[in-house]
Design a protein around this ligand. Structure first.
Ligand SMILES: [Zn+2]
Length: 425
C-alpha cells in the first residue's frame, strides 16, 4: 500500500476512499523491468556513460538511479543497436522449415535482429511464420518471389536448385512458374502476374532489372537465359502499381544503367549496388540521382566471393570497383545499408568483407549495419538507435567497435524487445 493511501485511511472519512485510490494509481510511475548500470551507450557518434532502463519494452534514460525489478551491471562494456540484414533469402527460400530455428539462432548469435528477404516462396514463408517475428526470434519482412522477363533471373537458378538440390520438393517444372518467379514481357502479362503477386501478400515488391541496356539483344537469345530481366520500359508502371498499394519496390540491378533506370522509375530500394559481382563503376550521374531520389541502397558485395577461385581476375577487378564505388556513395551522404545475399550465412560476412575493403571508417560501418539498415527493413519503426523511447533491443560488446571493428563481433549480451536473450534453447 502506498504511503499516501495509508494517510488517507487514517485521517479521512471512508467516502473519500475511492478518490484516494484513484489519485494513488495516477501518480504511480511504471516500474522499470531492468536497470543497466555501468554501460557505455552508443549515441550515434561515440559512447557515453548513462543510466539506462527498460520500461514497458522501451529504452529510457535518467540522471538519477531509479529502482528496477532487475539490475544488470554491464561492467564498463559497450552498448550498440542490434545488427541487421537488408538482403537475404534464407528464411522461406526453400523447404527448410525444420532447420529454421538453427537459422534464427545463427542470426541472433551474430546479433542480427532484423532481416529482409529479397525473394522467397510465399508457401514456405507461411510454413515458418510462427517461428519468426517474436521477441525470441528475428523480425523479418518478405518480398516473396519477384517479377522478371521471360527466361529471366532467377528462373535458371530456381530450376537448378530444384533439380540438383531438391530445394522445392512440393514443386515441379510446371508449378515452379508463378511461385518461384513471375514472368512478364507485356503490360497485359504484367497485369496478370501482378494480381498473383499481390495474392501472396508481400511486405514489399521485388523486380529484376538486369543488363537492361541490352534488353532487346538478350530478350530472345538462349545464351542469356537467366541473365536478363523485366523490360525497363515496364518499370515505371510497376512502381506506380506498387506505390498505389502502399508497397515499396526493390530492384535487383547489375549495371550502372540498370540502377539509373530504376531510380528514374521511382524505385525505393536498390537491392544490390553494382560491383557486387561485376567490375562496374558507378557514374557521377547515378550517384547524384540516388542522392536526390533518397532511395535505399544495399551493398551485397560478398557476392563477388564466388569468383575468387573461379575467376581471380574478375574477382580482383570487382573488388577494385567496390573500393571505388562505396566511398563515393558515402561521401555523397547516402546511408548505404548492409545486406549480404549470403544464403549460407548472415550479414556478419558482409560486415567483415566491407571492413576488409578498408575504405569505410568504423563509425560509418556501424551505422550501415544498425540504423541505416534497420530503416530499410522496417522504415518508421523506432529501432536501430538507442534513443529515449526506442524499442529496448541492443547488444553489449566487450570492446569498442569504433577503435577496432572486430569488437563488433564480441557480443556478451543480447536484449530484444526488453528481454535478455538466452540462446541455449
Ligand atoms: Zn538476392
Amino acid at each position: 500500500m502506498c504511503r499516501c493511501l495509508r494517510r488517507w485511511l487514517v485521517y479521512m472519512p471512508a467516502v473519500l476512499l475511492a478518490v484516494a485510490l484513484a489519485s494513488c494509481t495516477i501518480t504511480r510511475q511504471p516500474a522499470a523491468d531492468y536497470r543497466f548500470d555501468n554501460g557505455l551507450w552508443f549515441n550515434g557518434e561515440h559512447f557515453e556513460a548513462r543510466n539506462a532502463y527498460v520500461v514497458e519494452g522501451q529504452l529510457q534514460y535518467s540522471e538519477e538511479l531509479l529502482p528496477a525489478t532487475e539490475i544488470v551491471d554491464l561492467g564498463g562494456q559497450y552498448v550498440v543497436p542490434p545488427y541487421c540484414e537488408a538482403h537475404n533469402h534464407n528464411f522461406g527460400g526453400g523447404a527448410e522449415a525444420d532447420s529454421v530455428r538453427k537459422t534464427v539462432n545463427a542470426y541472433l548469435k551474430d546479433g542480427i535482429f532484423y532481416a529482409m528477404m529479397m525473394g522467397s516462396f510465399a508457401y514456405y514463408r507461411e510454413r515458418i511464420a510462427d517461428q519468426l517475428n517474436s521477441p525470441t526470434s528475428v523480425d523479418v519482412v518478405f518480398a516473396n518471389n519477384g517479377l522478371t522477363g521471360s527466361g529471366g533471373h532467377p528462373r535458371r537458378l530456381r530450376e537448378w536448385l530444384m533439380e540438383q538440390y531438391d530445394r522445392y520438393p512440393e514443386y515441379t517444372e510446371e508449378t515452379l512458374p508463378d511461385a518461384g518467379y513471375f514472368e512478364a514481357d507485356t503490360l497485359e502479362e504484367m497485369r496478370e502476374k501482378w494480381s498473383l503477386i499481390l495474392a501472396g501478400q508481400p511486405d514489399f515488391i521485388k523486380v529484376m532489372v538486369l543488363y537492361s541496356e541490352e534488353y532487346d539483344l538478350r530478350k530472345d537469345d538462349p545464351a542469356y537465359y537467366g541473365s536478363r530481366g523485366l523490360d525497363p520500359d515496364l518499370l515505371p508502371t510497376l512502381v506506380e502499381w506498387a506505390h498505389a498499394e502502399g508497397l515499396r519496390i526493390a530492384v535487383h540491378v547489375e549495371t550502372d544503367f540498370d540502377m539509373r533506370v530504376s531510380l528514374e522509375a521511382g524505385a525505393d530500394i536498390i537491392a544490390h549496388i553494382p560491383s557486387n559481382s561485376n567490375p562496374e563503376i558507378l557514374s557521377d550521374e547515378t550517384i547524384a540521382l540516388a542522392k536526390h531520389a533518397g532511395a535505399d541502397l544495399v551493398t551485397t558485395f560478398t557476392v563477388a566471393n564466388r569468383y575468387r577461385i573461379r575467376s581471380p581476375e574478375r574477382y580482383a577487378t570487382t573488388i577494385d570497383a567496390q573500393r571505388t564505388n562505396l566511398p563515393r556513395l558515402i561521401e555523397a551522404g547516402i546511408p548505404v545499408a548492409i545486406g549480404s545475399d549470403n544464403t549460407q550465412g548472415t550479414s556478419r560476412s558482409e560486415a567483415e568483407h566491407l571492413a576488409r575493403l578498408g575504405v569505410v571508417d568504423n563509425l560509418t560501418l556501424l551505422h550501415m549495419w544498425t540504423d541505416y539498415c534497420a530503416q530499410v527493413v522496417f522504415p518508421g519503426r523506432n529501432i536501430g538507435r538507442l534513443d529515449q523511447g526506442y524499442e529496448a533491443s541492443f547488444l553489449v560488446l566487450e570492446g569498442n567497435p569504433l577503435v577496432d571493428f572486430d569488437n563488433a563481433y564480441r557480443i556478451s549480451l543480447r536484449v530484444k524487445d526488453g528481454r535478455l536473450l538466452n540462446l541455449a534453447h
